[in-house]
Design a protein around this ligand. Structure first.
Ligand SMILES: [Cu+2]
Length: 448
């Protein structure tokens, strides 16, 4: 979220709306400064005596029946802080959009990335109070003798799952919809024709956000919900594939419209990779959305491989697409070397992802359960292959770090050359020499 929403949003919303800055920059500062603190608190749970071995979902009764709750308290506190930080950013985005939106132009012509951020901001306003509520309820159950989730006294742990996933599923869309907006934007900016079906792209994002708030129980088909509700949650889940597929169609059509089919543009290669991964992950999602199949695939590797391909990789690839597309304007760097290194990154990560997740799909049909480290020897080979793919993905990250470092160093030297050129052109040669000496000294000091 800080990467795809916070960083790109704060940079691109004012840029695309023609504003000098977002409306409340100081509130934005607070929201940024909270993030490292809450991360530090989460990491500090590692040194607690009993740690935080309750999973990321914090399901009761496991989370409310611990020996000492220090680890859980710290996690709850950091989540509260993160929620507060996100709310501030959300308010900032909505107000900036309302103040700076074009008055004479219809909203349907507004930039797709701005659309996506405004939509997810409203979604966050709907679901964040629910997240905060469940954090406080767990905390009160732990410390103030409430019995919200204690079945012994009439509490209901299933109720916790409902409020958790009412936040949890929209969160999936909150993470991926800005990626959709970014990709549409970059395709539009890097080509010579307009985006195919702009109106349907915007309508699809709105439908995805709306439907995303109504499907939360597909995460809990096995808890004993009655058949009618399961049928409803199954149908509404599958309905999301329609707007998503229309977006895929529009992207492919836009891509086929351009000369970029023959140009080796880095962000376009990333976009192609995103389309392949998202189609693979989306297809397994339709299978998983089916109520009956879902019960047999529940808690197997199928779920793991589905959501990692579709969400985690979708968002990470969208971040890469943004980095590769906007680093030219941010870092002012020259393309050649970084582009070459990044092409290696694309290849290694693509092979890494496929080698990780294809064996995982095979394992899931042999009902390899998730979260269990032990397995029969007959499927050892597939597990090892999956681990090898994961290691390859890590290697690709080191390639990416090399590329980013190279990009920053190049941009620094370009900036220095530009500065000297400006001073020279104004005729003050001595000042130029002094500036370059000052910069050199500064860099030496930094090195020391
Ligand atoms: Cu879901």
């Amino acid at each position: 979220m800080p990467a795809i929403i916070g960083s790109y949003g704060n940079y691109l919303i004012p840029t695309y709306l023609g504003a000098s800055e977002i409306v409340y920059p100081r509130i934005n500062n607070i929201s940024v400064l909270i993030i490292p603190k809450s991360y530090a608190i989460i990491i500090s749970t590692l040194i607690c005596e009993y740690g935080n071995g309750i999973g990321w979902t914090l399901y009761p009764p496991l989370s409310t029946s611990v020996i000492t709750s220090l680890g859980i308290d710290l996690i709850l506190y950091s989540l509260l802080l993160l929620g507060f930080s996100t709310t501030l950013t959300t308010i900032n985005f909505i107000v900036t959009h309302h103040i700076w939106k074009p008055i004479l132009l219809p909203l349907a012509t507004m930039d797709t990335y701005i659309w996506s951020l405004v939509l997810i901001s409203y979604m966050l306003i709907i679901v964040l109070p629910i997240l905060t509520g469940r954090i406080l309820m767990i905390s009160w159950d732990l410390h103030y003798n409430t019995i919200f989730f204690d079945p012994q006294y009439g509490g209901d742990p299933i109720f916790y799952q409902h409020i958790f996933w009412f936040f949890g599923h929209p969160e999936v869309h909150i993470l991926i919809v800005p990626g959709f907006g970014l990709i549409s934007n970059i395709l539009f900016e890097h080509m010579s024709v307009i985006l195919f079906g702009l109106q349907s792209m915007i309508l699809a994002m709105r439908s995805i956000c709306y439907l995303g708030c109504l499907v939360w129980s597909h995460h809990m088909f096995t808890v004993g919900i009655e058949i009618d509700s399961r049928a409803y949650f199954m149908s509404s889940t599958m309905l999301i594939s329609l707007p998503t597929a229309s977006k895929m169609f529009n992207w492919i059509r836009t891509y086929l419209n351009t000369y970029l089919m023959v140009v080796k543009n880095l962000s376009i290669i990333y976009i192609k990779m995103f389309l392949i991964m998202f189609t693979l992950g989306g297809s397994s999602g339709i299978i998983l959305g089916n109520n009956v199949i879902n019960i047999s695939l529940h808690d197997t590797y199928y779920v793991v491989s589905h959501f990692h391909i579709v969400l985690s990789l979708g968002t990470i690839l969208a971040i890469f697409i943004g980095v590769s597309a906007y680093q030219e304007s941010i870092f002012l760097h020259i393309w050649s070397i970084t582009n070459a290194i990044s092409l290696y990154h694309v290849k290694v990560i693509l092979i890494g992802i496929l080698v990780t997740f294809i064996p995982m799909h095979y394992l899931s049909f042999n009902t390899h359960p998730r979260r269990i480290s032990d397995f029969p020897d007959s499927i050892n080979w597939w597990n090892s292959l999956s681990s090898l793919g994961c290691s390859l993905t890590w290697v690709s990250f080191f390639v990416l770090i090399t590329q980013s470092a190279n990009s920053i160093i190049t941009s620094l030297s370009v900036y220095r050359l530009q500065l000297i050129w400006k001073v020279h052109s104004s005729g003050v040669i001595l000042l130029g020499l002094a500036t370059s000496c000052y910069l050199t000294d500064n860099r030496q000091e930094l090195k020391l």
